[in-house]
Design a protein around this ligand. Structure first.
Ligand SMILES: *Cc1c(COP(=O)(O)O)cnc(C)c1O
Length: 387
């Protein structure tokens, strides 16, 4: 059996994989089992922040790998503490809980919000408002948080206590707050899986106004938008707000599994010993890599991210076969006249890896993609859209 046959025989059928087995890579170039080269604008879904086999990151993780690979949270390890300090210094949030994925980072955010309200206002203040068309993960609770019925249908009953507001609809938000005992409002600055759709400044301001007036917590899901992806260290920074809770994962570990839930002043001491935990969370190897990644997401890199973003938008927005370009930084969605899947296939056949988000072609290149590779890739995408 070849790899495709073995996969279909032995791996659960949860993924519609592209017919491509990736073997190795360097930076923004990746190679399949036949040695064919691709420019990678998918980065394992916004995970490989500095591309593949990045030297500085490899050095950081191998050093830690040779020292101690795992200790559990019964003991202290240096990389975990260093990463937490760095995250707090750079965001203005106060404490961090580490986990291994986006869904887990959101679970912690949800538990924290519920406990905050339970301690302060009573058990029945447990409702969390999330947005329609959002995506927050695949566990039963983060599925409940996800405002898309297609993900729910086969798995009912889900966790209670979630109501959904249309993104941008301030009236609906006000009415949901008035009619429910709400503890938090949870949102992505840019809905990623929902089709790369940024929230308007006006709506984000309304979320914070309404939350402040009603002692409701704000939870920003930065699992995809975080760690430099939007051209700011975290997406909320582009809106000039400071959420009470920020969850992140994907790009934080640069390729190793790592989730973080950052807790602001109001909630930093809500979680108490044994109220939450994780065996693998804050793994020292993953954290050592993340320290290296985070230190390199500086002003200069973010400037480059914004420039490259502008280059992509300018090249594609009026191109033949392109209806619109949405998103922020190096998280962009192209609405195409043709079916997005056809464009994605054309790109793959012609040496460029891009992925889908709803009906759009989604671009998530490495934050340090060389300009000449980006130009080559954009030329291929343009041709794919025009055909
Ligand atoms: C990917 C994603 C998640 C889920 O992350 P996992 O690591 O797959 O659990 C949650 N929220 C957002 C916004 C995401 O993009």
């Amino acid at each position: 059996m070849n790899i495709f046959e073995k996969d279909s025989e032995f791996i659960a059928n949860t993924y519609a994989r592209f017919p491509l087995a990736l073997v190795s890579g360097k930076g923004s170039l990746v190679y399949d089992e036949n040695g064919k080269e691709y420019i990678d604008l998918s980065t394992g879904i916004a995970v490989n922040t500095f591309g593949i086999a990045d030297e500085s990151w490899i050095k950081a993780i191998t050093k830690q790998l040779g020292a101690i690979q795992h200790a559990s949270n019964l003991y202290y390890t240096e990389p975990c503490t260093e990463l937490a300090e760095l995250l707090c210094e750079r965001t203005g949030l106060k404490k961090v809980f580490f986990s291994n994925s986006g869904a887990e980072a959101n679970e912690c955010a949800i538990k924290t919000a519920r406990k905050y309200a339970c301690d302060k206002k009573g058990k029945d203040y447990n409702v969390i408002i999330t947005l329609k068309n959002s995506f927050h993960g695949r566990t039963i609770t983060t599925l409940a948080a996800t405002g898309q019925d297609v993900f729910h249908n086969d798995f009912l009953p889900l966790t209670d206590g979630f109501v959904y507001c249309e993104a941008g609809n301030i009236k609906e938000l006000e009415s949901l707050v008035a009619n429910n005992k709400v503890c938090a409002i949870m949102f992505e600055c840019v809905q990623g899986e929902g089709g790369v759709l940024p929230l308007s400044k006006e709506f984000v301001n309304a979320i914070f106004d309404i939350a402040n007036k009603n002692d409701i917590l704000t939870i920003c899901d930065e699992v995809q938008t975080g760690n430099g992806r939007t051209g700011a260290l975290y997406g909320f920074m582009k809106y000039g707000v400071l959420p009470d809770i920020v969850s992140t994962a994907k790009g934080l570990g640069g390729g190793l599994p790592l989730g973080a839930t950052m807790l602001g002043e109001k909630v930093k001491d809500v979680l108490t010993p044994s109220s939450h935990g994780s065996t693998f969370g804050g793994n020292p190897v993953a954290c050592a890599g993340a320290v290296d990644i985070l230190k390199r997401i500086d002003e200069n890199l973010l400037l480059q991210v914004n420039k490259k973003s502008q280059f992509i938008v300018d090249s594609l927005k009026n191109a033949s076969g392109v209806k619109s370009v949405s998103g922020m930084g190096l998280m962009l969605g192209i609405e195409t006249e043709k079916d997005a899947s056809e464009v994605i296939k054309y790109c793959m056949d012609n040496g460029v890896l891009v992925i889908k988000a709803k009906n759009k072609v989604r671009l998530l290149p490495a934050l340090n993609i060389p300009q000449e590779l980006l130009e080559k890739a954009v030329d291929v995408i343009k041709k794919g859209c025009a055909l």
